[in-house]
Write a protein that binds this ligand. Structure first.
Ligand code: SME
Length: 200
């Protein structure tokens, strides 16, 4: 099957639960044979975003999902080997990772006393945050003035004796109340899959 067909949604898929199970399976097959996180998150964000566009419950129009992607802690990005000037890059931040949608903010501070916004809160609390109305969320960072609701899910690395939050998976919607519990469960499963399938 051509890779692009991973974002195809068969007409037999009607409920959100079926939708997220299908998206999970498609991402699982794409991340199966390689472990580079940048590549896995790039394909995961593309499958999520394009599958959402192809699914009638999100689709195009006023209820569309307008952004899906990842912010990853700056420590996990490869360190540059050649730098043009002496400025050190920001440290305790989530940095924009692979995504689909319009351009978004590059850094989100997460250090003590600096954390602000839905992504930073989901990261520091290590739990999913479902925002039904972004304007009512204190500290929300508006990357796109058209976004009305949002869900952010942490990427949690767990081995025996170690638990670490690597970053977040973020999804935005043009409608108020765009996401429900089924979306939370679907995204959390996908977050677990991309964490397990990649080397960090
Ligand atoms: N709204 C997010 C910022 C990221 S964008 O939505 C892509 C926040 O409040 O953290």
């Amino acid at each position: 099957m051509p890779h692009a067909d991973s974002a195809y949604i068969p007409s037999t898929i009607q409920s959100k639960r079926e939708f997220w199970d299908h998206v999970y399976t498609q991402i699982e097959s794409l991340v199966d044979d390689q472990r580079v996180w940048v590549s896995n998150l790039a394909n995961a964000s593309s499958v999520i975003y394009n599958s959402l566009k192809a699914f009638h419950q999100f689709g195009e129009g006023e209820r569309a999902v307008n952004w899906a992607g990842f912010y990853i802690h700056a420590d996990l990005f490869p360190q540059p080997k050649l730098v043009a000037n002496g400025d050190s890059p920001p440290k305790d931040v989530l940095q924009l990772g692979p995504f689909c949608g319009k351009p978004a903010c590059q850094f989100i501070p997460v250090g003590p006393g600096k954390a602000r916004g839905v992504c930073a809160d989901a990261y520091t609390r290590a739990s999913t945050i479902l925002v039904t109305d972004v304007e009512a969320y204190p500290g929300h960072i508006a990357c796109d003035g058209e976004t009305k609701s949002e869900i952010v899910c942490p990427l949690i690395w767990e081995t025996t004796g170690e638990r670490k939050v690597l970053g977040v998976l973020d999804m935005d919607c043009l409608a108020l109340h765009g996401f429900q519990d089924e979306d939370k469960e679907g995204l959390e499963r996908i977050a677990g899959l991309v964490v397990r399938s990649s080397d960090w």
